[in-house]
Write a protein that binds this ligand. Structure first.
Ligand code: 5GP
Ligand code: MN
Length: 318
């Protein structure tokens, strides 16, 4: 919990910070925000991530210092693991031998850390980093503000999603006061894609189907679509939300081919429909209105199973 994290930071000196592979804005923003906070407290800290940082987050202060590593190659007093369901998610070998601090806002997180601070009421881990900054008596510098604002705006879908609370907006307001520039940050996320995103969107949107009730929509992305549109990682951000723009659509399923009979599935819903439970029943997880899973098998059959499970979840919610 928070008090343990504060005590640890006060008593130790050298920290690593990591997040999941293919990190999102919350993963990168929270990691960098925490790094700036630790530095401002006179601590040594670095962000270590496996693989590339997505283009949208490369302009964040400190992003250029993120180290891409495959295994732990430095001595740390403790490593913060941001937004990970388990210790495999960062894709970095050797974490299991370290003192780890699990910081997450997913209720489904395994308590894999030496210390675990889970706050499922936080819209983003970024909100938790802000709370940590306050709890430890730190100053919200411009750098911290920019990084944490990135975390908030991406994880709340620009403050559209149901995880947006009065606390989220209050924190966002404080961050803007401290120097974060909302228009510039939004521009760097949402109007900064290569054209391949539009090509991929064209193909995926063409596959959208609905059930008889018109309330459940689903769509597909094949490996061929990625190839022919020359898509890069991140080009499909937010596609799963597209069908939800229609008033009558209450839940959306977005299935993409990642290998031979292997698929990544994203689920989104409106209101009371709990897609986290659907995802869990297939071995995945997430939040009530935003969840995901990995699945193997025959595409048509698995698609039918998942759509049917979402349809049941929708009926249960009424
Ligand atoms: P997305 O659809 O954006 O990949 O994921 C939506 C939410 O579901 C995220 O909060 C993410 O953490 C969670 N999620 C996605 N895929 C998985 C998965 O395979 N396992 C678990 N436990 N959670 C997932
Ligand atoms: Mn998050």
């Amino acid at each position: 919990m928070l008090s343990q994290v504060v005590e640890l930071i006060e008593n130790k000196q050298k920290f690593g910070i990591t997040t999941h592979i293919k990190p999102d804005g919350d993963g990168v923003g929270s990691s960098l925000g925490l790094c700036w906070l630790l530095n401002s407290l006179g601590k040594t800290a670095e962000v270590i991530v496996r693989g590339e940082v997505p283009v949208a987050y490369r302009d964040l202060p400190g992003a250029g210092n993120i180290r891409d590593i495959e295994k732990i190659d430095n001595d740390y007093d403790a490593i913060f693991v941001i937004e990970c369901s388990d210790l495999e998610r960062p894709g970095i070998a050797g974490l299991e031998n370290e003192f780890t601090v699990n910081i997450d806002h997913h209720a489904t997180s395994e308590h894999f850390g030496t210390i675990n601070w889970i706050d499922a009421t936080a819209s983003a881990v970024g909100e938790m980093i802000y709370n940590l900054c306050k709890a430890i008596g730190g100053r919200v510098t411009r750098e911290i503000a920019e990084c944490v604002y990135m975390a908030l705006v991406t994880d709340t879908g620009s403050f559209h999603f149901s995880n947006t609370t009065d606390r989220t907006l209050k924190v966002a307001s404080e961050l803007v006061k401290a120097g974060a520039k909302p228009a510039a940050i939004s521009e760097s996320i949402y109007n900064n894609y290569p054209w391949s995103r539009i090509e991929l969107m064209r193909r995926v949107v063409a596959t959208i189907k609905r059930d008889d009730s018109g309330r459940i929509a689903w769509m597909r992305q094949t490996l061929e679509m990625k190839e022919s549109s020359k898509a890069v990682d991140g080009d499909n951000n937010g596609f799963v939300n597209i069908p939800l723009a229609a008033r009558e659509v209450l839940a959306s399923v977005y299935m993409r081919e990642v290998g031979d009979n292997e698929y990544r599935v994203s689920l989104r819903s409106k209101g009371n429909i709990n897609v986290a439970r659907v995802a869990e029943s297939f071995g995945g997880g997430g939040h009530k209105n935003a969840a995901g899973l990995r699945i193997e098998g025959d595409w048509d059959a698995k698609e039918r199973e998942i759509v049917e499970a979402v349809r049941k979840a929708a009926l249960d919610s009424f």
